[in-house]
Design a binder for this molecule. Structure first.
Ligand code: UT7
Length: 325
């Protein structure tokens, strides 16, 4: 028994914000952002838009792509770091929008590696024979936790959602190997100090901006490349494959310099690495499934191709999954 990706879907909000637009609200420049990150524009929710709409649209598109009705889904997992509500999360609201009836659901919080963690978990549950169809969604409304006066973070993020439908299949198709890791010493590199149970919301946390995402960018940067490299090698070893067998790599879309360094360390040519961060920026858990969906739909990823998806993120978490399409 194995698990196969039989459909994918994605969604980004209509509103597009360019680097030039950001020049008007913080002390930055299009030139700085492109040179340091590779990002040119991002899509953001309007203030009155319901974040669930992104996940509902991406999940519906994945089911349509698989020619499956949502009725076949027997487990729904939402990888997200910033849910609609801290309790009960995002998954019940998106499940409701999808019309899922009595289907178990849960939110999975594992930083920007959430989608990769979710694939590893979903594959394990299918292999264990517990479920036959798992809908896995990465959905993130980062604009709602971004400090729009902090140029060190606000230029990096975008909103979006991406989903895949996994189906029980044969051992040698679909997910061939996975490897997930965590380094808890680095927990404070990316964090939101307030609004949880350690520092509940109060006038003073509001005043100090404690409900915004804080990041030590250079620390994250230094960890990201070796982590994704080692996770990629471990996942390939678990799949009994090596880099020569890989058709495509889809890394977490955080920074083009991180992605290029990863390619150099792995010895993989640039044209085998799928990127879209110039258009959508860093959408956290949605970044890999959005890029995957685009590459499947435009014909780059073909049947039989071996794809490695690798990510790192808050926690610090990191991991990789090898999939044959
Ligand atoms: O999903 C995981 C999420 N996070 C990441 O992946 C982030 C990983 N880190 C990065 O991508 C990079 O560290 C950044 C893009 C965040 C920053 O790039 P950097 O090359 O590490 O720059 P830096 O933080 O060392 O800052 C260099 C300078 C500083 O000015 P001074 O102190 O040298 O005068 C910053 O204040 O660039 C300045 N700076 C900016 N300037 C213009 C920082 N942000 C901006 C900005 N526009 N938006």
């Amino acid at each position: 028994m194995g698990s196969k990706i039989v459909g994918s879907g994605s969604y980004v909000p209509d509103k597009c914000v360019t680097n030039k637009d950001l020049e008007r609200i913080v002390d930055t420049s299009d030139e700085w952002i492109v040179r340091r990150t590779g990002i040119r524009e991002r899509h953001l929710l309007e203030a009155d838009e319901d974040p669930s709409k992104m996940g509902i649209a991406a999940a519906r598109a994945a089911c349509a792509d698989a020619e499956a009705s949502p009725g076949v889904i027997d487990l729904f997992v939402v990888a997200t770091n910033f849910p609609d509500m801290i309790c009960p999360g995002s998954s019940p609201f998106i499940a409701s929008g999808l019309g899922l009836d009595q289907v178990p659901f849960f939110d999975l919080k594992a930083g920007c590696s959430g989608f990769v963690y979710g694939l590893a978990v979903a594959d394990g549950l299918i292999r264990a024979g517990m479920y036959r169809h798992i809908l896995l969604l990465g959905s993130e409304a980062l604009s709602r936790v971004t400090d729009w006066s902090d140029r060190k973070t606000c230029v990096l993020f975008g909103d979006g959602a991406g989903a895949v439908l996994l189906e029980a299949g044969k051992q040698d198709e679909g997910v061939l190997g996975s490897a997930i890791f965590g380094d808890n010493d680095k927990a404070m590199l990316l964090h939101m100090p307030a609004g949880g149970t350690k520092e509940p919301a109060s006038d003073s946390t509001l005043e100090s901006g404690g409900h915004f995402l804080k990041m030590e960018g250079a620390g994250v940067y230094r960890s990201a490349v070796p982590m994704m490299e080692s996770a990629t090698r471990s996942a390939l070893a678990a799949a009994s494959l090596d880099l020569a067998d890989v058709d495509w790599i889809i890394p977490h879309q955080a920074n083009i310099r991180i992605i290029d360094s990863l390619g150099v360390r792995l010895g993989v040519e640039r044209d085998k690495i799928i990127t879209n961060l110039d258009r959508v920026a860093n959408t956290s858990t949605a970044s890999i499934p959005i890029a995957l969906d685009e590459a499947r739909k435009d014909g780059r990823i073909k049947s039989g191709d071996v794809v490695v998806m690798t990510a790192f993120g808050a926690g610090v978490t990191y991991g990789a999954v090898v999939v044959r399409f």
